[in-house]
Design a protein around this ligand. Structure first.
Ligand SMILES: Nc1nc2c(ncn2[C@@H]2O[C@H](COP(=O)(O)OP(=O)(O)O)[C@@H](O)[C@H]2O)c(=O)[nH]1
Ligand SMILES: [Mg+2]
Length: 208
């Protein structure tokens, strides 16, 4: 049976989450998308990532405050959150920090976070350098966040974003299963030894 990967799209209403997914899955762009109600779901089976097959589920959440508890539930067991903001809307950018805080409060620390600036075909208030600087300040506080700039309309950056999300998810899954295996392999009497060789323990190696 294939391993599973769970990706969740989050961000303000109108940030371009649904369009990002449609551009990736159906290679289509709709100028008028109905707002997502609660959460939508897309499943992709048998995707090869780093030489292994995965069944991938992508959850497309609603951005409105009234659906926040459903978004919170959708994030349970997520491997990667794709946080979208609209490059053409300063208000969307201003909400970014709030979303990062939301993810950090509601998710396990192993979950990956990818920041995606959407609608880059439209006039934008930001250039990539400014955004990278903003990200560096965040990165110095917490895990390394990666930024992608995309357009669902021109399909720029779409495949790269999802490919990276799949690879990051696969890496996280692999690390977690190595951790599980190493925990199963630890005989009870070696508990003391674990303290003295913490590094080896985390690399999942107890044989040498
Ligand atoms: N020009 C342009 N419009 C976009 C792009 N992505 C989304 N939109 C438009 O922005 C609006 C909101 O997009 P949607 O995907 O529904 O946002 P969501 O609420 O985050 O799911 C829709 O009218 C889309 O057609 C894009 O890359 N370029
Ligand atoms: Mg939507």
């Amino acid at each position: 049976m294939n391993e599973t990967l769970k990706l969740v799209l989050v961000g303000q209403l109108g940030a371009g989450k649904t369009s990002l997914l449609q551009s990736h899955r159906q290679q289509e762009f709709r100028a008028h998308n109905a707002p997502t109600v609660a959460v939508d779901f897309a499943g992709v089976k048998n995707v090869e990532v780093n030489g292994r097959l995965y069944d991938i589920s992508i959850w497309d959440t609603a951005g409105q405050e009234k659906f926040r508890s459903i978004t919170r539930m959708s994030l349970q067991n997520a491997d990667v959150a794709i946080l979208c903001f609209d490059l053409s809307d300063p208000d969307s950018y201003r909400h970014l920090q709030g979303w990062i805080d939301f993810l950090q409060v509601n998710c396990v620390s192993e979950m990956g976070i990818i920041i995606v600036g959407t609608k880059m075909d439209l006039p934008t208030f930001y250039n990539k350098e400014d955004l990278q600087k903003f990200l560096q300040t965040l990165n110095s506080q917490q895990q390394q966040l990666k930024l992608f700039l995309t357009s669902a309309k021109t399909r720029e950056g779409i495949d790269e974003t999802f490919q990276y999300a799949y690879e990051q998810g696969a890496k996280i899954k692999m690390k977690a299963s190595q951790m599980e295996k190493s925990i199963l392999l630890v005989p009870p009497e070696s508990t003391k030894k674990r303290k003295s060789s913490n590094r080896k323990y985390f690399e999942g190696c107890y044989c040498c």
